[in-house]
Design a binder for this molecule. Sequence first.
Ligand SMILES: Nc1ncnc2c1ncn2[C@@H]1O[C@H](COP(=O)(O)OP(=O)(O)OP(=O)(O)O)[C@@H](O)[C@H]1O
Length: 311
Amino acid sequence: MAMVDITGLRKVYDDGFEALKGVDLSIHEGEILALLGPNGAGKTTLISAVCGIAVPTGGTIEVGGHDVLRDYRAARRLVGLVPQEVNLEPFEKVIRTVRFSRGLFGLPADEAKIEAILRKLSLWDKRDTPIRALSGGMKRRVLIAKALAHEPRVLFLDEPTAGVDVELRRDMWETVAELKADGVTIILTTHYIEEAEAIADRIGVISAGRILLVEDKASLMARLGRKTLRIDLAQPLAAIPGALSHHGLTLADDGATLVYSYDTGSTRSGIARLMADLTAEGLAVRDVSTAQDSLETIFVGLVNERQEGAA
Ligand SMILES: Nc1ncnc2c1ncn2[C@@H]1O[C@H](COP(=O)(O)OP(=O)(O)OP(=O)(O)O)[C@@H](O)[C@H]1O
């Protein structure tokens, strides 16, 4: 069942800028969907429209079967939003901040619920600490606690791990997995492909106000996960020897570097074979390095693929 159903969503801002150009997106109940996109792709605008913060110029959005414009309260009640920026009251205590968020939705006070949320986010010990005395990571947790205070069925996380350290990123991923286990539908935006890879069930790619694709993670990673191996040679080559031609190599740095591209999703990278063939050819290797395709490269590839497909 679709928990969030978005059809033909357009958003033109007051200055005439079209941030969303007809987005169709169906988010299944209980899934984790990662929306990947470069700066300015329209991720925040999309989330804001679902949460009733940005008014759509066209199209429809339903949450749990409720239209977000016509049936705003019922739709909004189902949604929790963890914003990109920390917007907390610095002198307020953690527990009061979270209680207040629940009250905003007109729900009766429920101390057991608030305690459960704070415990889940490892904030119970900090419940009486003022926000300003928390670390940046703890503040992010408070944002999640606030978003969960009214027990939403759908949680939007707008770049939850931008600028956080590796440990906290992993903690966040764990928290998201636990929420999914509780049956919460989760949509998160991110710039990090490894984040999408770590936690998402499906990945959507958005660029310049359009959804380029939405696909199961496994099939997308297999399609996109390419790496480049650079092999610096002790002696530059004038051309790639014929015996190496089947590896699909290219020559860079005036013949001093061989570049090999391989698929991280396949069972065999072909690297061992390539190295053996280099040795057999008598080529001495000075150094090797690998690089993952960046998200940007992937986007460019996707967009080009689309254009070629349309031509
Ligand atoms: N209030 C506004 N008025 C005019 N243009 C806006 C407004 N808010 C956002 N935009 C523009 O709409 C586009 C999409 O912005 P949005 O914040 O949705 O992108 P994003 O994908 O979330 O980017 P980021 O990854 O940088 O957060 C951007 O070009 C932005 O400048």
